[in-house]
Every structure is written in structure tokens, then in C-alpha cells.
Design a protein around this ligand. Structure first.
Ligand code: ADP
Length: 348
């Protein structure tokens, strides 16, 4: 079955074309159309470029959708009602759900007559228990405004957990793993028997680990304090915490871990950024190993996770048992989306 996977941002669409057979998965083509809104007028035109390049017929399309709120616990076949629900959750992911919807609507018109499937970043975390996804704030804020922890990067964590089971040569429902997605954005998940039981990102991707430009965990009282001191509004502070913080904000040099590692021997703030990143990660790994009562493996992925094996072993030292396996696996969210698409299409 030939499956086209589309991953849409506000100014770009990434695609991969797979042939998913029962005994073989092959990547037939991949690419990126950028500068939508500048060189390319809109998502419709970007999509036309992609479809022009794909010569072979497509049997189904899988769409990455960031926010499925508390409704989508797994991937679904897209119909009018699903589109409405994704629209509803746009409020919770204003930068991500609207471009995905544009691409869904356009591609359903251009590739009508074949099934389209939505795969949500948040879905994998819908198994997290209430005591882990709730914030300890007045309950009606959850009931009225859906304020809770959702988690992101779910498709990546799910893929990594499944690949880890293959590496460990054990059924996924017999293992406990910690998956660490460390790229520009960073998140960590505790996965028991194939189900997520906790993750570090929250209501938005800002919570949790230190990232390239995001602060991760912070006392919320800092926000009005910065507003007052700098005479800026709440949105500007959130912008500062998302885009000017993390490795970049601490070091004043770069959001790129390669630069931080290069400079940390001679620059105090680069060393601080590195240490804080590693310390926060260590704390989360320790916490998740603790709540699961031991862990079979800690797996790393993303640009940082895949390229710094010694650092990752160092971070795990002393917080997990000597029997815990530590290794990295390259993530492939698009392959996971293609696999889900095939399962949904076959089911329906
Ligand atoms: P994204 O989250 O956008 O998919 P990646 O997973 O590709 O990004 O990760 C990008 C980040 O990985 C870069 O910002 C850089 O900090 C880091 N990175 C890439 N290669 C290395 C390396 N050899 N050592 C340390 N960090 C690296």
C-alpha cells in the first residue's frame, strides 16, 4: 500500500511516500516544500508541487496533526466531524492545527476517493493517569477551558518505544522504558507496557526539559514579574520563554548543542547551559525510573540524543540500575504515521 505522509507547518509541508507491505516497509520518496506565504502562495500550491513530484499512485494519505485534545486517543479516518474537532482544538495549538487543517482540506479535494487518516502528537499521552495530567489548580479551569497537561512528540515516543522492544527482543507489553526525544524541542516519556504513563511537556510544549530556545519548567510567578520589570505583555513573556530561553538564553551563544559543547570549555555560560540541560534531564530520568519502580531501557533520539552517546550514558549513571540498557534509535514519525494509516484503512 502506497502511503503519502504529510507534515504541515505554517510555512512548509514535509512529505514522505512509503510502500508499506506486510513484510517490508520502503521509503519511495521524501521532500520539503518551504516558504509558503512568500515564494509559494499557499498550502494548496505547495501540495500541488508535491503531488506533481509523486509519479506513482497513492492509496492513502496520513496527516500529522499536533493537537487532538482529550478526544483523540488514537489515529482516525478523517471525515467532516473529525475536521470540526481538529478545528475546535486549534485554540490549544494555534500555530500547528490550522496549517494541518489547510493541508487536510486541500489534499482531500485533490486526492478525493482515497482515505485520509489523522495521526495526533497528543494521542499517545491520552493513557496518562489523571493524577499525572492534571495541574493542581481550581478544577473548573479544567472543566471550562480544558487546562491540563497534554504532552507532545507522542508519535516519536511511541515509535521509539516500539523499536526499543525489537532491540530488547521482548514484547512491548512486558517492558518499561524511558524515551527521550532531544532535538530542537526536547521531551521525555515514561512508557510502561507500551502505554505512556507520564511525559514532560504539558498544556503547551514549553514545560519540562531545557530545550534549544525554550526554558522548560519555571515558576509561573516569574511571568508577571518579568511583565512588570520589562513593561511587556504576557504574550511577549511567553515568546521570550519559547524563543529566547533554553540553551540560547543561558549561553548567549547558540541554541545548537554542538556550539554549546564546543564552547563549554572556555565559556562559563555555555558550561552552565550544558550543565543545566544535563541536570534537568537527569532529574526527569530519575523521577520516571522511580515512579515505574525500575526501567528496562532508556532510549535517546533526536539530533542531541542520537549523537552524544557518552553524554547520555553519563546522565543515566547513578539514576538507573546497572542492568538498564542505554541506547539511541533514530526517530521516524512519518513511518509511524504511515503504519497507523495502513492499520486504519485496513480496519475501515
Ligand atoms: P528537530 O527537533 O527540529 O527535528 P533535530 O532532531 O534534528 O531537530 O535536532 C536538532 C538539534 O540536534 C540541533 O539543534 C543540535 O543542537 C543537535 N545536534 C545535531 N547534531 C549534534 C551533535 N553531533 N552533537 C550534539 N548535538 C547535535
Amino acid at each position: 500500500m502506497k502511503i503519502l505522509v504529510l507534515n504541515s507547518g505554517s510555512s512548509s509541508i514535509k512529505y514522505k511516500l512509503f510502500d508499506i507491505l506486510p513484510d517490508k516497509e520502503s521509503l519511495l520518496d521524501k521532500g520539503l516544500v518551504e516558504r509558503i506565504g512568500e515564494k509559494i502562495p499557499g498550502h494548496k500550491e505547495a501540495l500541488a508541487i508535491i503531488l506533481d513530484k509523486i509519479v506513482s499512485g497513492v492509496d492513502a494519505v496520513g496527516h500529522r496533526v499536533v493537537h487532538g485534545g482529550n478526544r483523540f486517543k488514537e489515529s482516525v479516518l478523517i471525515d467532516g466531524e473529525v475536521i470540526k474537532a481538529i478545528e475546535n482544538f486549534s485554540e490549544l495549538a494555534p500555530l500547528h492545527n490550522p496549517p494541518a487543517l489547510l493541508t487536510i482540506n486541500e489534499s482531500m479535494a485533490m486526492l478525493s476517493g482515497i482515505p485520509h487518516v489523522a495521526v495526533f502528537d497528543t494521542a499517545f499521552f491520552q493513557t496518562i493517569p489523571e493524577y499525572a495530567y492534571m495541574y493542581a489548580i481550581p478544577y473548573d479551569l479544567y472543566e471550562r477551558y480544558k487546562i491540563r497537561r497534554y504532552g507532545f512528540h507522542g508519535t516519536s515516543h511511541r515509535y521509539i518505544a516500539h523499536q526499543a522492544a525489537l532491540v530488547l527482543k521482548k514484547p512491548i507489553d512486558k517492558i518499561k522504558v524511558i524515551t527521550c526525544h532531544l532535538g530542537n524541542g526536547c521531551s521525555i516519556a515514561a512508557v510502561e507496557k507500551g502505554k505512556a504513563i507520564d511525559t514532560s511537556m504539558g498544556f503547551t510544549p514549553l514545560e519540562g526539559l531545557v530545550m534549544g530556545t525554550r526554558s522548560g519548567d519555571i515558576d509561573p510567578a516569574v511571568i508577571p514579574y518579568i511583565m512588570e520589570k520589562k513593561n511587556i505583555d504576557a504574550n511577549s513573556v511567553i515568546g521570550l520563554l519559547n524563543k529566547e530561553s533554553g540553551l540560547l538564553g543561558l549561553s548567549g551563544i547558540s541554541n545548537d548543542m554542538r556550539e554549546i559543547i564546543k564552547e563549554k570549555g572556555r565559556n562559563k555560560r555555555a558550561a552552565l547551559a550544558f550543565d543545566l540541560f544535563a541536570y534537568r534531564l537527569k532529574k526527569y530520568i530519575g523521577a520516571y525510573a522511580g515512579v515505574m519502580g525500575g526501567v528496562d531501557a532508556v532510549i535517546f533520539t533526536g539530533g542531541i540524543g542520537e549523537n552524544q552517546p557518552d553524554l547520555m550514558k553519563d546522565i543515566c549513571k547513578g539514576v538507573v540500575s546497572a542492568k538498564t540498557k542505554i541506547f539511541s534509535i533514530p526517530t521516524d514519525e512519518e513511518l509511524m504515521i504511515a503504519r497507523d494509516t495502513k492499520i486504519i484503512v485496513n480496519k475501515d
